[in-house]
Design a protein. Structure first.
Length: 274
């Protein structure tokens, strides 16, 4: 097993950071996995278009394909190449809160030659507000990145914590100091996740960025969330929500929305006579 001193690279010194980024970029281009800081917690990731490398990310976390990783991007311009049917409200959210702790779920471009797992045709995108992460993303392009921890364990807030959990499954750890942001309602730090696949946005996970802040910039666009839903998080952070009605699903969502259906809001329509 690799020693921590061999694979944890200091990025806190501006005079040596560029060399550390170049080293990490070379690791990513070679099809291997790196750990990197973000503005929320440390992440583990690889080239989003390298199918084997993405599988290595999931294997490092002891995670299956049913929990695909989000994709981090270096700038807003990258979104159009990865997502389709980006609604105007999502563009407003990106302009206001990117870079930042906001992950947006879109229909993925059908022509993309990648395999992130069982995504149901969607992709979760985020531009992190972290200089080290953005420098690396600028060098290598979009990366499939998820929290740097073994599934079921707390997310790592330091490079050393990430190494203690993932060890030799990760080829290089970029150390840019601790990350300690926490959402207002408690629990592990993480980005707020919003489903943007429908006519109106739906909060899938309450994170560092509060829903009230999102509503401040959305104007008349309704933001749906369910603050009373169970807050038991998977280590990806998507809440486990009950189905409001049998068979009801929000099309394209990672999880059912959990929005209650008031009595009388739906009715059975008799089948037409032949």
């Amino acid at each position: 097993m690799a020693e921590a001193a061999e694979v944890i690279v200091d990025c806190t010194d501006p005079t040596t950071r560029d060399a550390a980024i170049e080293r990490a970029a070379a690791v990513v281009r070679s099809g291997k996995v790196v750990a990197l800081p973000t503005d929320t917690v440390y992440g583990v990731g690889a080239d989003a278009f390298d199918v084997v490398a993405v599988a290595m990310v999931l294997a490092a976390k002891h995670r299956g394909r049913e929990m695909p990783p989000p994709v981090l991007v270096p700038n807003v311009r990258t979104v159009d190449g990865l997502a389709s049917a980006v609604p105007m409200y999502a563009k407003i959210l990106m302009r206001q809160f990117w870079p930042g702790a906001l992950t947006l779920v879109f229909p993925a471009q059908a022509s993309l030659a990648w395999d992130l797992g069982e995504t149901n045709g969607t992709v979760a995108l985020r531009m992190p507000d972290d200089e080290t992460a953005l420098l690396l993303l600028t060098e290598v392009g979009p990366m499939a990145v998820t929290s740097a921890n073994v599934t079921g364990q707390p997310a790592a807030t330091t490079a050393q914590q990430a190494f203690d959990q993932l060890g030799g499954a990760v080829s290089l750890y970029l150390d840019a100091g601790p990350r300690s942001g926490r959402p207002a309602w408690g629990g592990d730090a993480g980005s707020t996740i919003v489903d943007c696949t429908g006519a109106e946005p739906v909060v899938l996970r309450h994170g560092v960025l509060g829903a009230d802040r999102l509503r401040e910039v959305l104007g008349t666009t309704v933001l749906h969330d369910s603050p009373d839903a169970p807050r038991a998080l998977t280590d990806q952070g998507v809440p486990s929500r009950p189905d409001p009605t049998p068979g009801a699903r929000l099309v394209g969502s990672v999880q059912p929305s959990g929005i209650p259906v008031p009595p009388g809001a739906w009715r059975d329509v008799p089948a037409p006579r032949p």
